[in-house]
Design a protein around this ligand. Sequence first.
Ligand SMILES: Cc1cc2nc3c(=O)[nH]c(=O)nc-3n(C[C@H](O)[C@H](O)[C@H](O)COP(=O)(O)OP(=O)(O)OC[C@H]3O[C@@H](n4cnc5c(N)ncnc54)[C@H](O)[C@@H]3O)c2cc1C
Length: 380
Amino acid sequence: MIDFSYSQDDEMFRASLRRFLEKEVAPVAAEAEETGRFPKHLFGRFGEMGYLGIPYPEEVGGMGLGYQTFCLYAEELGKVNSGIAGSLLAQSSIGVQPLFLMGSKEQKERLLAPALRGEKIGAFGLTEPGAGSDAAGITTSAVLKGDRYVLNGTKIFITNATMCDYALVAATTDKKLGIDGIVILVVERGTKGFSTGAPMKKLGNRSSECCEVVLEDCEVPVENRLGPETGGFHTLMKALNCGRMVVAARAVGLAVAAYDAALAYAKDRKQFGKTISSYQLIQSKLARMAVEIDASRALVQRAAWIRDTGGDPALSAAMSKLKATETVVSVTSEAVQILGGYGYMVEFPVERYFRDAKALTIIEGTSEIQQIIIARRLLE
Ligand SMILES: Cc1cc2nc3c(=O)[nH]c(=O)nc-3n(C[C@H](O)[C@H](O)[C@H](O)COP(=O)(O)OP(=O)(O)OC[C@H]3O[C@@H](n4cnc5c(N)ncnc54)[C@H](O)[C@@H]3O)c2cc1C
């Protein structure tokens, strides 16, 4: 039996989350957008509430509520502010996921549990100036010398790196080994040779921060490696599977915010003596927006359900990310259209929604890469 309803527990969770977001995020979001700085204290506030650890088991400091609840949370966050959602969700997904998947007991206690409490901030350093979609093409090197790896290279666009206490850095021990040479090393702030740049200026999601990470003869003890010397690449890809469904859920939330604003405006705005919602061309836009949002959410829920029930979510996560992020780009564009000139002005939130949407078709694997993943699975 397929059940499309949320449980009573989920509805209670959502209601209390909405109150929390209203109290904690709404008052600081405008300033964060203006300054381009993420309100760092939110990590602690969300951590205290347990929200940063929603999908992780209680043994490692999580809430043990699974990915369906995590995606519900991501949607609600995306509705309120996509940038703030981006930083908080990166912390809970890619910022800790490799630690959860491959970390030793000691690494989990030292880094994962404090990160889920919001006491330590993590960053995921995969992308480089010369290697984005081609993640296996990274050139940051990790040379083993005695009991330490010496790291050299540059990472770019790394979310939360401006504020991070540690970065999970992907590096290659030997380019000739291809993906088998990729390791993940935890580099803690304060390590000699590790530095982070200023927040990069972006089109949207301005309340989230990303920057460059530079590793210059940066020495990291072998104990900071996640798992064995080979297999790091597969861990990164597994982390991205979860990250992608969460980006998709955030996209659904942002699309809902844009749709709600457009619907309310259309019911109020009068032209030619009638509300614009009475015109079929506007009704058609609203109808298509609603259908696309519901279809996207259904794909997100399916991916989360597959993950929660022990299946491999790679295909469904890629499908949900492709659909939901392309949807949010079109829905936010239509929302601006429905608001006309006002939609283009910064006093109305749809202008920001439109700018925020675009990043989602790029981060954690572009739309083109999602299509490649999907097609590869279909052709297997
Ligand atoms: C706001 C923001 C936050 C980010 N946060 C992080 C982070 O925390 N950690 C991290 O590691 N990275 C992060 N990234 C980086 C992000 O994951 C990359 O930007 C993304 O993977 C694309 O890589 P690229 O920018 O190098 O583009 P490229 O890979 O150079 O792609 C350029 C274009 O070519 C297309 N393309 C590439 N290969 C193919 C192909 N085989 N077939 C068809 N088309 C192709 C792409 O789809 C794209 O349209 C972030 C990026 C942004 C914008």
